[in-house]
Write a protein that binds this ligand. Sequence first.
Ligand SMILES: [Zn+2]
Length: 541
Amino acid sequence: MKAPRRARDGQGCKGVLQIRDLAALPFASLLSSQSIAGILPRLGPVTGAAGRNGPSIMNKMPEGAGLGRRALIAAGAATGMAAALPAQAQAPATDPARPILLRGALILSMDPAIGDLPRGDILVERGAIRAVAPSIPAPEGAEVIEAAGRIAMPGMVNGHIHLAQSMQRGLSTEHSFGGYFQTIVLRHSNRMTPADVQLADQAGALEQIAAGVTTVMDWSRETMSPDHADAALAGLDAAGIRAVLAYTAPPIPQGGDAAAINGRMIAHARGLLARRAEGLVRIWTCLQGPDFTPLAPALADMKRLAELGVPIAIHTGAAIYPNRKARLLAQLDAEGLLNERLQIVHANTHEADEYRLAADKGVMLCSTPEVEMRMGHGHPAMFQAAAAGMKVSVGTDIPSMVGGGLLPQLRVAMAAELHRINVAALAGGQGVPATPPVTARQMLEFATIGGARGLGLDRVTGSLTPGKRADILLVRADSPLTAPRSDPAGLVLLQAGPGEIETVIVDGRFRKRDGRLVDAGAAALFTRLQARAEEMAAAAR
Ligand SMILES: [Zn+2]
């Protein structure tokens, strides 16, 4: 293996893995799977965003251009975000004990027993959905929201995102996988302080809420210390989003005491688990997994983390993973690791019988269609996996490349799958299907009840079902983008944007209202994010 070198990459903060250390990383530890040693041979010399696809436009930019470009992108993002930020005078203190009645909406319940209601009411009490019916009398003291002209639907579930990378928004616009890893992971993520993680997690969660996502699975690569993990939780708590925080452990610095660091992280995770068994934020763990490292230590890591008794998430099966293992799912099954406490992310290239095996064992799968197709992971596995019976969610993956919540991912995935089917039909001498075999409603199921199932949260969220927590969206069906109203699922999926997502309720609390985030501190938060992102971009050059 050729050891990658880049002088200025050696200047990161103390205690954080440096590129020059990678070749010497230990494998036989919990933290071994966090190493990226496995992917480096395929990346070639570390020269910015080049990877093995040759120089990118980023590489050709003059020194110093990065910050200007970053600032430009951030300024554009800030302009768009302004519309979603709270007005100064507006900071409604919602009383969580006060019932809420949403009245007169077109309801897409995503619950087969309830179905769609052309006009209906939803009653929320103490954070839970109490009733969904054509007409519900307002209880004493209830806040009544007139929702005529709106589509009420469950909040969306983002099955995989690296929220802390909201600090690096837009920096991966021209990245290949190699460029992304070398730039974002090694020169940004690894240098984030706990305060950075808190800021970025909160900001990223607010972006998701603004786009109609009420539940996220936050793959926190940045939990490099217990303080980082606490900071990620503080950011999620402050945003008020429902979340799964996937806790990981950092790479061991060269010469570091692996046993001590592992022990400290696991003890901390255990403490969090004891305190976070219920509530808005649950704890999982995550590892790079066997497709990034030799098999034996990766399996040992998974078995060790399995003792915590919570789901483990791993990235698997992408065509670009250099250490991808043939028949990995079958191998995991042989080790007793294929079970309902495993989430596989991407998982594009497993064999047909492996998806069926994974389905039988209750394994969860998440596809992130846009990043997967841009970077070469492969066709999104979500359709094949769902057909095999797996619990499937859809995610956005890396905010450094793509944003805007879940709807863009669903549109991309639907188009990609129809394209695949059409191309195959034409190649086989047949005409394209007269009726497209993937529907808008199926795609919305992936975003709601399917996604909730894909995170093991379908008893809590994912449909407008009495007894579940109140994660609800009101989508305007009378805006310039959505009028005139027709098929509601198609309207939400293919016509609406974040601007149409007028109201977002998480766990019975308004988080977006009248088209604006209700968090009175959001504007100041994004100002701080901008300033810190510029500092970090300058330090990473
Ligand atoms: Zn990921």
